[in-house]
Design a protein around this ligand. Structure first.
Ligand SMILES: Nc1nc2c(c(=O)[nH]1)N[C@H]1C(S)=C(S)[C@@H](COP(=O)(O)O)O[C@H]1N2
Ligand SMILES: [Mo]
Length: 489
């Protein structure tokens, strides 16, 4: 085999790009997109320390890095198929044979990756057309580089990409339907909006976060697609006999609309991975009791469609809530559609999205994050936040500070604010204490400002324990310390 020419390499890359774009056009940003399985593999292979470092320091952009690697890998693989196809076409002196071989091998590879025969036609057909088009000019092996043909092909690729993105926008822009059996959630939402503190900060959530503004933490770049009709939850392991529940059976159970806050153990002390919504769901206790768990450890492993798993005590799980609605809407894909679990007062990682299986265990085992060094299945730490949007000059020499405080099921008793670096402390105003067992409170404090102030905030939980002062990083048990901000007026 002769060494590939530069032109051959360029065309191979073009073929690879076309296949990826073709897959995107056909499947959109879903698990049928060839990038999805490659990306999942890259994530799985990334060592725990790196994943942890990324979560703490890079945040959501870490996803971009993984996706880029996955795209480069896919372009390389499909490009190689296109290259081999064109070489073959040249040897047999029939560009159509080369194109068809490229198309079929691409179809096989895409199907092997995604398991989606039909969607795999997207990359296959587009790479086939491109390979044939770029081979036609050289029927004899001699070729004249045709700038025009290359430009036309590039234009076609760009058009593909454009159509795909527009199509996806259109598709994704569809409004969420109301959650089934969620009567009462609208009133509850309205009530919480009324009870939210009156503050000057317009960019902060009140007692309830919006669906769009709600934070997001996922192990995979692409959310699983699992229609409610195809969803079921199976209870397995150390029980008398397995039990399976369908979506229709689930939503017919006792319904409650609860305000619940979620906080990620991986967030920085004053980070933004803390939010609250009104969730529609059903208590999980009766389900657990109905299967009579008999395992030695009294613990369960929860598993999800995206390959996520987490383990914690059955007692804790029994207090949980199986959820299919968020702020009155059908649970959004990003937050676990069709069904997730909410565990009162425990770190975000226990709130498994796209939940498919509860395995009652005989012996303890580690969950996804615990295998990577975190200890994030227990109760949350107490925190009072002061985000930048919560600092407002009122224009009359006063400054308003406002934010949220959260201590899981312990609740918040008070929030204290110092504007002299911790010398003197004052009680902040608080939003009403809600009946919901696992929800944050809002706080507000206004002071006469002159020059530079060092503002420090700390909360006292419902058991009378003050927020821990000693500072620690998020890993492995969650950040601690008091949030402070320098305010210049
Ligand atoms: N299946 C699944 N569930 C999951 C996760 C995940 O990656 N996959 N992330 C967990 C983590 S670490 C957090 S903090 C919360 C975040 O929930 P949210 O994305 O709805 O805010 O979901 C938890 N549940
Ligand atoms: Mo998390």
């Amino acid at each position: 085999m002769s060494i590939p020419s530069r032109r051959e390499l360029v065309i191979a890359v073009l073929g690879g790009v076309t296949a990826v774009v073709g897959s995107y056009v056909a499947a959109g940003y879903t698990p049928a997109f060839v990038i999805a399985p490659i990306d999942a593999q890259i994530v799985a292979w990334t060592p725990g320390v790196i994943v942890t470092y990324m979560i703490e320091n890079v945040g959501e952009e870490a996803h971009l890095l993984h996706v880029s690697l996955a795209i480069i890998t896919a372009v390389g693989a499909f490009g190689a198929l296109s290259f081999a196809g064109r070489r073959l076409g040249r040897r047999v002196e029939d560009p159509f044979v080369g194109g068809v071989v490229t198309g079929v091998s691409t179809w096989l590879l895409a199907t092997a990756l995604t398991g989606e025969l039909l969607y795999a036609l997207g990359p296959a057909v587009s790479i086939m057309v491109l390979t044939i088009a770029l081979s036609l000019e050289q029927p004899t092996g001699e070729y004249e580089p045709s700038r025009r043909r290359t430009l036309v092909s590039l234009g076609a690729v760009a058009a593909f990409l454009g159509t795909g993105i527009l199509g996806n926008r259109f598709f994704r822009g569809a409004p969420l339907p109301d959650a089934p059996n969620s009567e009462g959630s609208a009133e509850r939402l309205e009530e919480l909006r009324q009870q939210s503190l009156d503050t000057a900060a317009s960019d902060l959530p009140g007692l309830v976060s919006s669906i769009e503004g709600f934070y997001n933490v996922d192990i995979a770049e692409l959310d699983p697609e699992l229609p409610a009709e195809e969803w079921s939850l199976t209870l397995t392991g150390e029980i008398e006999s397995e039990r399976t529940l369908t979506y229709d059976e689930l939503i017919e159970r006792d319904v409650e609309n609860r305000a619940v806050s979620l906080r990620c153990v991986g967030e920085q002390l004053n980070g933004r991975k803390l939010d609250t919504a009104v969730w529609t769901g059903t208590p999980i206790r009766p389900l657990i009791e109905s299967v009579d768990p008999e395992g030695e450890c009294g613990c369960a492993m929860l598993r999800a469609e995206d390959g996520y798993y987490v383990q914690f005590p059955i007692d804790v799980l029994a207090d949980g809530f199986l959820v299919w609605g968020m702020n009155g809407k059908q649970l959004p894909t990003a937050h676990g559609y069709p069904v997730r679990v909410l565990i009162p007062g425990h770190w975000g990682e226990t709130n498994v999205k796209w939940l498919t299986e509860i395995e009652l265990l005989e012996r303890e085992a580690e969950g996804y994050w615990e295998e990577r060094g975190w200890q994030g299945t227990g109760p949350v730490k107490t925190v009072a936040k002061l985000w930048d949007e919560g600092i407002t000059e009122l224009g009359d020499g006063r400054v308003e500070l406002t934010g949220h405080a959260y201590a899981g099921t312990r609740g918040i008793d008070s929030v204290e604010v110092s504007v002299d670096g911790g010398e003197t402390w004052n009680d902040a105003d608080l939003s009403e204490s809600l009946p919901d067992e696992d929800v944050w409170r809002q706080w507000r404090y206004t002071f006469e400002s002159s020059g530079t102030h060092e503002a420090v905030v700390r909360a006292v939980d419902g058991e009378g324990t003050q927020q821990r002062r000693a500072e620690s990083d998020p890993a492995p048990t969650g950040a601690s310390g008091w949030v402070s901000k320098t305010i210049e007026t």
